[in-house]
Ligand binder design. Structure first.
Ligand SMILES: Nc1ncnc2c1ncn2[C@@H]1O[C@H](COP(=O)(O)OP(=O)(O)OP(=O)(O)O)[C@@H](O)[C@H]1O
Ligand SMILES: [Mg+2]
Length: 496
């Protein structure tokens, strides 16, 4: 079969970074090609060049035999190349049907909009995807998974021959991931090709017809899934073997840092009681809506409980604002990190050091030259931020590297109690292991960590103990032998 898309010798340089270096790939109709590579290896840059959002410096993009020096977004769409951006570019105030049929209706009659035709189009394309959505609902009111499905459906209303998805699952709850992968299978059956980027290597093995591995902007090689396993793929991506140790359990005699006693908040969670001891990494597992994130927000003063007690170091503590929480030694790194404090134009150094200014300031409010850079520099190494310079603006980093900067910024404060909500979403396997190590070190020094995660593997490896929440209550506690990914996955799924 002739190639649908061929990319030849594609290169792109940003000031000091060779983001792509003579990359070749080819995609046939109906093929699912997965692009794997560490944070900053050039995956998004490659996707952007194919969709016309970036111009390559050299090389060629060949679409159905015709050669282009560069694409522009309108032209790429006309040719049948559609991309699903992470922000999904939907219209939250329009209905599901209006969102999906948007382009189709506009194309038919720019002056007169036939919304009933819209419902028909939306229904048809959703059925073809094996998906169901309430057509009348305001799209902005639906879950991220539902909004994403609508965005995919909209892409298909245009003549779509190649669908590009850059990390579609990094913000998607586990239950929705299966649904997304099933949709990708249907696209393949219809002869639509898919370029798929993800750091969750397991799911890549579920859908890939072929892997293309990038490292530092270069193509390492292409592989059939049968040739590889997760370990070998990791090695190809990072050039290193990744070893992960389990965190040792903590004795019941360790001092209690935080005690939560029958904490409740109407409609969200009820009777939540647990203790967090020094040295513990306490996992919180559960589906979206189980109440995990809501409990975490309450501990950080952002979602006041309406009953129960919070005790820090044995003393009853009222936490009604993040300021109270920080004063009590509690820091939360929320899942929504983008909004939580990257200063895009400021340097990486400034971003990381901003959280510790108070600690490094002298009595006169002065910061000794170099201190800032030393602190930031050591964190850049520890979490492996890939950048040409620590003085580069944060916005020049790849998505995963920006995540690392926000994490580093909060880790640097060395809080007594650290709450992490899905800290490694969008972070590559190598850096993930590094972050687990840092969390373990922090606990080893007598801090306490609460780790919310959708990845059972991550919970089983990093936690000393894990609680499973369902519909606002704690329904299970795993420790010791019982704390395995398999077991957590069973409990989370079966309890719902
Ligand atoms: N606008 C930009 N200005 C300067 N450098 C950039 C810019 N965009 C990307 N880069 C650099 O190009 C390299 C590749 O970035 P890219 O976003 O393609 O990585 P990625 O593989 O998608 O990583 P991630 O897994 O973190 O999303 C990175 O080192 C990044 O810092
Ligand atoms: Mg990227």
């Amino acid at each position: 079969m002739p190639d649908l898309l061929r990319v030849e010798g594609l290169s792109k340089r940003y000031i000091a970074t060779q983001a792509l270096d003579a990359v070749d790939i080819a995609v046939k109709p109906g093929e699912v090609v997965c692009i794997a590579g560490a944070n900053g290896s050039g995956k998004s840059t490659l996707m952007k060049c194919i969709c016309g959002a970036e111009s390559p410096d050299s090389g060629r993009i060949i679409w159905l035999g015709k050669s282009y020096r560069r694409m522009n977004p309108a032209q790429a769409m006309r040719l049948g190349i559609q991309i699903i951006y992470q922000d999904l570019s939907i219209f939250p105030d329009l209905s599901v049907a209006e969102n999906i049929a948007f382009h189709a209706i506009q194309a038919h009659s720019p002056l007169w909009v036939d919304w009933s035709a819209g419902e028909r189009i939306a229904e048809e394309v959703l059925t073809s995807l094996g998906a169901r959505l309430p057509l009348d609902a305001r799209l902005g009111d639906l879950s991220f998974g539902a909004r994403q499905t609508a965005a995919i459906a909209r892409a298909l209303t245009q003549d779509c021959r190649l669908l590009v998805m850059d990390e579609p699952t990094s913000a998607l709850p586990a239950a929705d991931v299966e649904r997304l992968l099933a949709m990708v299978q249907r696209l393949r059956q219809r002869g639509i090709a898919v370029l798929f980027v993800s750091h969750k290597l397991d799911e890549l093995f579920e859908i890939a017809d072929r892997f293309c591995v990038l490292r530092d902007g270069r193509k390492v090689g292409e592989y059939a899934p049968a040739e590889l396993d997760v370990k070998q793929l990791t090695f190809l991506m990072t050039g290193a073997e990744i070893h992960s140790d389990r965190t040792a359990p903590v004795p019941d005699t360790a001092p209690v840092l935080l005690e939560v006693n029958r904490l409740s908040r109407g409609g969200q969670y009820r009777d939540i009681s647990f203790r967090l001891r020094a040295g513990e990494v306490l996992g919180l597992a559960g589906l979206t809506g189980s109440g995990r994130t809501e409990v975490a927000l309450s501990l950080f003063g952002l979602n006041p409980p309406d009953g129960g007690l919070i005790l820090v170091d044995g003393r009853e503590t009222r936490i009604t604002s993040p300021r109270d929480a920080v004063a009590a030694g509690i820091v939360l790194v929320s899942e929504d990190r983008a909004s939580q404090g990257i200063f895009p134009r400021k340097s990486i150094t400034m971003n990381i050091a901003s959280s510790v200014y108070r600690r490094i300031q002298s009595a006169l409010g002065l910061i000794a030259p170099g201190v800032e850079r030393d602190i930031a520099g050591s964190w850049i190494d520890r979490v492996r931020v890939k950048t040409a310079s620590s003085e580069a603006p944060a916005q020049s980093l790849s998505g995963g590297n920006q995540q690392k900067v926000v994490l580093a910024k909060w880790l640097a404060t060395e809080p007594k109690i650290l709450i992490l909500d899905n800290p490694t979403a969008g972070i590559d396997v190598g850096s993930k292991a590094e972050i687990h190590e840092i969390v373990r070190d922090l606990a080893g020094q007598g801090h306490g960590v609460i780790l919310i995660s959708d990845e059972f593997e991550e919970l089983a490896l990093s936690c000393t103990r894990a609680l499973v929440m369902q519909r606002g209550r704690i329904v299970h506690e795993s420790r010791g032998e019982d704390l395995t990914a398999q077991r957590l996955s069973e409990v989370v799924r079966q309890t719902d």
